[in-house]
Design a protein. Structure first.
Length: 316
């Protein structure tokens, strides 16, 4: 089992590209988590969603999704008893949407191996759904335009479209209007996940929106050249923090500990519960991870410049 961005080692495997894949065999799709480098909620829209501004950035933590052709049927099994294996699971919903456009007889058995904590603001469910779309498109040899795939992804969730592509992105709208940005983050990223599930719908419902003065865009903040970057990162904020930190002492505690351990920046990701911190050097990152990890919270460590291939497909 390769490392999951653990503090002991980092994976260093060559990615496979899709040209290695035969439709007769199965594949594993490695489905990476994200953090939000800042999250601003701008307004509530008439369709019930909120317009937002964020920067999505991948971290070295992933779920494995094994796809095996099984003509005519769709099946899902997971290694987590608390996750549904029916159509309320985004992986199966993604397969159903794609099957409606696939050649007759297309089918798949999906096996989901979870490592990304659920309800943590790390986009695990959304990433899995996007990986199923990408993996099945190859497995079933489907020709679809990027636009078609993107609109299918958006039906599954606001941040699913981000997970269809490679790299970091500046996102607006519901989170689906994406601009790829050339972000090579020169920091070690420590992610701590207190054992609390936060419901995204709950967080949006209880958010108190307030007017804000004009600010630099999050894209400008993260794309500063190195000498200015550390000061610039101090301007990142997450609008969900006041609500979530107020009601969850362990998330508040994780953020305080990371902030106090020499991080250039410590912030909640998405609607929580995950908190990430950026460190200029590996030693400080590992020390902070060890100190906070001692509290029994899930951990991940990502090296500077991390940017995995998407889709990351490993043929059988
Ligand atoms: O799109 P997704 O299914 O991930 O959203 C879950 C819930 O979060 C939505 O039903 C909505 O209540 C809220 N949401 C929102 N504005 C967004 C994204 C999500 O209000 N941009």
């Amino acid at each position: 089992m390769p490392s999951q961005g653990s503090i002991l080692a980092s994976p260093n495997e060559l990615p496979y590209t899709t040209r290695h894949i035969s439709p007769w065999y199965g594949m594993t799709v490695r489905s990476y988590a994200k953090i939000n480098l800042g999250l601003r909620i701008l307004r509530k829209r008439s369709d019930g969603y909120h317009d937002l501004e964020t920067v999505f950035h991948r971290i070295n933590l992933w779920d494995d999704i094994v796809l095996r052709p099984t003509p005519g049927t769709l099946r899902l099994e997971t290694d987590r008893a608390d996750l549904p294996a029916d159509s309320s699971n985004l992986c199966l919903r993604a397969a159903e949407l794609l099957k409606a456009k696939a050649p007759a007889g297309a089918g798949v058995s999906i096996s989901l191996r979870k490592h990304i904590p659920v309800g943590a603001g790390l986009g695990g469910g959304s990433s899995d759904a996007a990986s199923v779309l990408l993996g099945l498109k190859h497995l079933w040899s489907m020709r679809m335009s990027d636009d078609e795939l993107r609109s299918m992804a958006l039906r599954l969730g606001s941040d699913v479209p981000y997970f269809l592509g490679h790299g970091s992105a500046y996102a607006t709208g519901r989170g689906e209007r994406l601009e790829l940005i050339p972000l090579v983050l020169p920091y070690w990223i420590v992610v701590v996940v207190p054992p609390v599930h936060i419901s995204t719908a709950w967080a949006y419902q209880h958010l108190r929106l307030s007017d804000r003065p004009p600010q630099r865009s999050l894209k400008d903040i993260v794309l500063r050249p190195l000498p200015e970057l550390q000061d610039s990162l101090a301007q990142l904020s997450n609008d969900f923090e006041p609500l979530v930190l107020e009601s969850h002492a362990d998330i508040r505690e994780a953020k305080n500990r990371l902030s106090g351990s020499g991080a250039a920046c410590a912030l909640m990701s998405g609607t929580g519960s995950a908190v990430f911190a950026l460190f200029a050097d590996e030693d400080s990152a590992r020390r902070a991870a060890k100190a906070v990890g001692a509290e029994g919270q899930a951990l991940s460590l990502t090296e500077p410049g991390f940017s995995p291939p998407v889709p990351h497909i490993i043929p059988d």
